[in-house]
Design a protein around this ligand. Structure first.
Ligand code: CDT
Length: 312
């Protein structure tokens, strides 16, 4: 048995006025709870240092960049890294990243990092499936302008050897796309860490609103089962700046079963001891990819973007 005790550190709302220091205090409280429960790895949500700012459209670059981190750790996040290393707990943290390339061009990413128990960053994932819209859409009760704030990550879906296993990451809307899990599954992922901010109100089709919790679990349970991997899905939930977001944080086994979950909309820790060897039961049997996959019949998945129906 390759045992790992994992904490899913759900967060309640973060107010627009809440400072990074105040948010880091909340993260530290969750980290200390994780230590009390012997966690070796704790997973925080998407954009865990700020309110979910894509709900506001802006054309003011300074206002936009005020939500982004230029270094990690920076002065406000350093206490989290230090305390995690002191208590020997690794963590995964979502935040908005401003990166400046060798030509001086600014890139804005929706990013998630994996930090080992000694405080070193072992991996960085930048969100690929950027949902919502780029332009102001005043007909909506609130905006979901992620396509204004973020460009898709250029590095695909890497996995890392860490915490005694093979670990990957994904961010929010990524979890709805089966390709996300499969690309990591084909690299042997045994544990996929996901953070999300999911408003209950989906403006393009409000019939989906009451199904948000169902769809959330449906996609992550399917991704876990079909790839024989553990999945940890962590929400920032509750009513944030007037917008209600889904909670329903979960830890899911390679069988697709939920083994731990949060029951509130606020800061809460769900814990499970997971056996990374349990992945073999699925990876070596029903989802033995070497034996059963037929990639020559899957070419459309990577060659084509949209749907092309047959001629009339
Ligand atoms: N943060 C994020 O990716 N949220 C989306 C909302 C739905 S699309 C507007 C999600 O997939 O949950």
């Amino acid at each position: 048995m390759r045992s790992l005790i994992v904490g899913a550190a759900q967060m309640g709302p973060i107010a627009r006025t809440e400072s990074r220091e105040q948010v880091v205090e909340r993260l530290l409280a969750l980290l200390r709870k994780s230590a009390e429960r012997a966690c070796q790895l704790v997973v925080f949500p998407e954009l865990a240092l700020t309110t979910f700012f894509p709900r506001w459209y802006t054309e003011d670059e300074a206002e936009m960049l005020s939500w982004f981190e230029t270094e990690m750790p920076g002065p406000e996040t350093k206490p989290l890294f230090e305390e995690a290393a002191r208590v020997g707990i690794g963590f995964s943290l979502g935040y908005a990243e401003l990166s400046i390339d060798e030509n001086g061009i600014k890139h804005r990413y929706n990013t998630k990092i994996l930090v080992e128990r000694d405080g070193s960053i072992v991996g960085k994932y930048r969100k690929i499936h950027i949902p919502g819209h780029e332009h102001n859409e005043p007909w909506r009760p609130f905006q979901h302008a992620e396509r204004l704030y973020f460009e898709p990550g250029p590095e695909g879906f890497p996995v890392w050897r860490a915490f005694g296993g093979i670990v990957g990451m994904a961010i929010c809307n990524d979890r709805r796309w089966p390709e996300t899990y499969r690309v990591m599954g084909l690299q042997g992922a045994e544990l996929i860490l996901i953070g999300y901010n999911t408003p209950l109100h989906y403006a393009p089709d409000i019939q989906q609103n009451p199904l948000q919790a169902f769809h959330n679990h449906l996609v992550m349970q399917a991704g876990a089962y079909q790839n024989g991997t553990w999945v940890v899905g962590v929400a920032k939930g509750g009513v944030e700046e007037g917008v209600e977001s889904l909670a329903h944080t979960v830890i899911i086994a390679p069988s697709g079963q939920i083994v731990a979950q949060c029951i509130t909309n606020g800061d809460e820790l769900a814990v499970a001891e997971i056996d990374l060897d349990f992945t073999k039961l699925y990876k070596d049997t029903v989802f033995n990819c070497d034996l059963y996959r037929v990639p020559e019949h899957y070419r459309l998945i990577s060659e084509q973007r949209g749907v092309v129906p047959p001629p009339e």
